[in-house]
Design a protein around this ligand. Structure first.
Ligand SMILES: *Cc1c(COP(=O)(O)O)cnc(C)c1O
Length: 430
């Protein structure tokens, strides 16, 4: 199959990037469980090492199973290329690495996955990078935060966990004016619900651990490049526009054009940071992508039913799901993710912290885990777990205060999930 733009999402999620195995005809993509690849001869090896020819050298850089997944995710997101890596957090570092240097900063939304807030508040400082957190609904504040050392803007299309929808286009316009890329973490939305590149994003990052794999089996990450950013328009991105000493002075942008970021991610990022996705993980995620749209439809349908049921229940204070008419972000859903606001939301239980802890303990179908995007329904009390490292102010602004729980609604029978919540709420609040 050729991956023409004429094919629908449901077709591409199964076929993009894959072709029958040339050696055996195997219809499913084989797991190429190999570390290295035999060179045809010494000239072939030299050409590969000089980046004059594309091919397989060593699985820290490239692997055929991983390559299929890269092409598939790039196609689903409408990008020109993608680099897979070992986790979502690895993808974030890999996305920033070519853009940043000591003294440079990024601007990020206050509404982010808790682990990302920690990574950006503390860990990136070890590289001499810093992050300014800004409320992305205050566009003037985003604009004002950009300075000469800002190298990227970072946000989540559907923000985990607080039911927030980002106006991706409005922030993309600010990034464009500043001549810097917008990076969107599209983990919670998936390309089925939102394609950030169509809203002006330069790069899209994923924790493929979540919905793309869908079964809670493996960790992985991915960075997709739109191919639309002009890395040579200013002197801000020397890693991409200037000679690279580790490749005899090759200039990535000049040499690889709109694939510069992708090639850099493999040839420098994976080569030297080593945050590689293994072929087994790529296999599980490829299996997951085949049913992505089917699962997302059910995740959304179930989330709407359950959020509506919780909202009218007296034991619940409020529900933050952008798919509810009561949400301040309800109108933005139609613009940013018209097929639905995803499968994640939070709700506040009457009785605060203690009631939340009791609820989590009493549930039988919902699993109490630090994960999301599984076919199974999951629940977590963010304030005592994923958002524990955050200050109370950061918890509140991330929508993860002490009295709320976050659910990742699975694809089970909605009525069963409602019955489970019903019995657990009784135990939690009586
Ligand atoms: C889980 C998650 C991450 C981190 O991904 P890992 O695969 O756990 O490293 C980043 N962003 C979002 C939105 C996530 O849900």
């Amino acid at each position: 199959m050729t991956d023409g733009p004429t094919h629908g999402f449901d077709t591409l999620q199964i076929h993009a990037g894959a072709r029958p195995d040339p050696a055996t005809g195997a219809r499913q993509t084989p797991i190429y469980q190999t570390t290295a690849y035999v060179f045809r001869d010494a000239d072939h090896a030299a050409a590969l090492f000089n980046l004059q020819e594309v091919g397989y050298i060593y699985s820290r850089l490239t692997n055929p199973t991983v390559a299929v997944l890269q092409e598939r995710i790039a196609t689903l997101e409408g990008g020109v290329g993608a680099v897979c890596c070992s986790s979502g957090h690895a993808a974030q570092i890999m996305a920033l690495f070519p853009l940043m240097g000591p003294g440079k900063n990024i601007i990020a939304s206050t509404r982010l996955y808790g682990g990302t807030v920690t990574q950006f508040s503390h860990t990136i400082k070890r590289f001499g990078w810093s992050c300014k957190f800004v409320d992305f609904d205050d566009l003037d504040a985003v604009k004002a935060a950009v300075d000469d050392d800002t190298r990227a803007i970072f946000g989540e299309a559907i923000a985990n966990p607080g039911g927030y929808i980002m106006d991706v286009r409005a922030v993309a316009d600010i990034a464009d004016d500043a001549g810097i890329p917008l990076i969107i973490d599209n983990t919670s939305a998936t390309p089925y619900l939102c394609r950030p590149i169509e809203h002006g994003a330069t790069l899209v990052v994923h924790s493929t651990t979540k919905y793309l794999t869908g079964n809670g089996t493996v960790t992985g990450g991915c960075i997709v490049d739109s191919g639309k950013f002009d890395w040579s328009a200013s002197d801000k991105f020397p890693s991409l526009s200037q000679p690279e000493p580790a490749y005899h002075g090759l200039k990535f942008h000049e040499t690889f054009g709109n694939l510069a970021f992708t090639f850099h991610g493999i040839a420098i990022g994976l080569r030297d940071l080593g945050m590689t996705m293994n072929p087994q993980a790529a296999h599980y995620t490829l299996m997951g992508t085949e049913t992505l749209s089917l699962r997302m439809e059910r995740h959304v349908a179930n989330a709407v039913k359950i959020a509506q049921w919780l909202e009218q229940d007296d034991r619940v204070d409020y529900v933050t799901y952008a798919g509810l008419k009561s949400s301040p972000y309800y109108d933005r859903v139609a613009k940013v993710c018209p097929k639905g606001a995803g499968g994640l939301f939070t709700f506040a239980v009457k009785g605060g912290y203690d009631a939340c802890v009791k609820l989590v303990n009493a549930l039988e179908i919902f699993s109490h885990v630090a994960n999301l995007g599984d076919t199974r329904s999951l629940i977590i009390h963010s304030a005592s777990t994923t958002h524990r490292q955050l200050t109370p102010e950061q918890q509140e602004s991330a929508g993860a205060g002490p009295g709320v729980v976050r659910v990742s609604i699975g694809t089970e029978t909605a009525e069963d999930l409602i019955a489970d919540l019903d019995q657990a709420l009784t135990k939690a609040t009586s």
